[in-house]
Design a protein. Structure first.
Length: 173
């Protein structure tokens, strides 16, 4: 049950100023930056940051729309699916999310095999994937390229988005 459903946010709003965001897409993140800028009387600075992010993302070297499986957890394996900020960043990076399910589905090894992605991104967070996990996946996905990636570049919105395009361009895909 969410905080909204339980009434906690409404109860807080009776006494305190409350602002909420729900970031599931790239444009949501830009809107959040502008909203926070307005709330904090930093609208012009927020607009400038948004412009800098837009310019940075124009510098992404277009990929060949390789299918990416972005894993965030092990035991069970969990992936970033549609309707997530990570999915939006995968798309902005020039790739295609191999997961068509919503949010963060759990996957079995046989499901991962049947997805047969071109690339597997093993995120540094929230689960700390390491070389041993790469080896484990190579045993079931012999043709996929498996890469450890900085999860902050795919999942942290705000000013961190400035660094993401250069990072995406540096990935060995």
């Amino acid at each position: 049950m969410s905080l909204i459903q339980t009434g906690y946010v409404s109860a807080l709003a009776e006494t305190y100023p409350v602002w909420m965001s729900d970031i599931t897409h790239f444009d949501d993140a830009l809107r959040m930056i502008q909203d926070v800028g307005e709330i904090t009387d930093r609208g012009p600075q927020a607009s400038e940051l948004i412009q800098q992010i837009a310019v940075a993302f124009q510098k992404i070297q277009i990929r060949t729309e390789k299918r990416v499986l972005y894993l965030i957890w092990k035991s069970p394996w969990m992936a970033a699916g549609k309707s997530t900020f990570i999915d939006s960043m995968i798309t902005k990076g020039g790739w295609q999310n191999a997961i068509s399910l919503e949010r963060y589905p759990s996957l079995t090894e046989s499901q991962i095999q049947s997805i047969n992605p071109d690339i597997v991104f093993l995120s540094s967070e929230p689960f700390p994937f390491a070389d041993k996990h790469m080896e484990e996946l190579k045993s079931i996905l012999s043709k996929s390229k498996i890469i450890l990636v900085d999860g902050e570049m795919f999942s942290w919105y705000g000013n961190r988005m400035l660094q993401a395009p250069a990072y995406f361009n540096s990935l060995p895909v």
